[in-house]
Design a protein around this ligand. Sequence first.
Ligand code: NAP
Length: 310
Amino acid sequence: MRALVVDHASPGHLTLTDVPDPRPAPHETLVRVRSFSLNSGEIHTATRPDTPDGTRLGWDAAGVVVRAAADGSGPAEGEQVVTVGHAGWAELRAVPAALIGTAPEGADPGALGTLPVAGLSALHALRRTGPLLGRRVMVTGASGGVGRYAVQLAARAGAHVVAVSRDPGRASELRELGASEVHPEPGAMRGSVSAVVDNVGGPYLVDAFAALGAGGTLVSVGRSSGADTVLPPHALLGDGGRHDRSIRTFYLFGDPAPDFSADLTWLAHEVAGGRLDPGISLRVPWTRHAEAVQSLLQGRLHGKAVLDVE
Ligand SMILES: NC(=O)c1ccc[n+]([C@@H]2O[C@H](COP(=O)([O-])OP(=O)(O)OC[C@H]3O[C@@H](n4cnc5c(N)ncnc54)[C@H](OP(=O)(O)O)[C@@H]3O)[C@@H](O)[C@H]2O)c1
């Protein structure tokens, strides 16, 4: 089969090449991949000079089951699925049931392919903040892959969503997705929030933490800014209604990795039913991978880049 692998001599540090077909273990389902999306973490891995040529990447992949798991644990042959794991940028992927969600027949695999890392991270980060109904919740990097899903899911859960996006041109779109306020940086917001999903890090995390009210939780999902996070000494004081605030680190895959099947299935039905916007901002055949990588690296995406496997 063909797969997209790291090749530092090629445009976008990736090339399409032949690799051995996966050999599924008895508990693994074999999926023919139709579409996948790119995540910033894997593109940074691809472009890092110490990543060896030939490295297989790809957390997200959506497609169709071509062979059910021998132990009967996963979906049936012919079912449309969305999967999360490793080495998914390929024509075939072998996955255990815990990493597979099923989708309604006829769902767009490109839309499903945006879900695994971005949608699951948004959902699980929001769950770590506690109940959202009637609370004010800040999402930084709001126009990114995780951010767009976090804005939509927080609004769906009844939160008053404060979206933070550097780009003023995204404001109306973010309001349509459910944001009640849109600000260019956390410090521009007045008042306090009960929770933060921070995708940006650096000064954004510092200012978002300063806006967190007593008992609030900031979940640090990512560091898109690349900037160091330096908390001034007073940032950690607990007086004046700022007591019991916490910063939680986040790693989607965890150890052991959670069973994502129910969440992936729910997200897939929400996207297929038009109740969650997948935010596809670029969609090209996987032969045009270099174009998608460049868009992501240059910060031109504001949503997800989807590659269709042909
Ligand atoms: N820990 C985990 O398990 C986990 C899981 C998923 C993602 N992540 C990480 O979470 C972060 C977000 O992921 P993603 O897929 O949403 O990335 P993304 O699609 O690239 O979006 C990141 C967003 O952050 C904002 N941003 C980027 N550079 C910035 C800068 N210099 N200053 C301020 N804002 C900036 C932009 O939003 P605006 O233009 O709207 O400001 C951008 O759209 C990444 O760092 C990723 O690696 C971690």
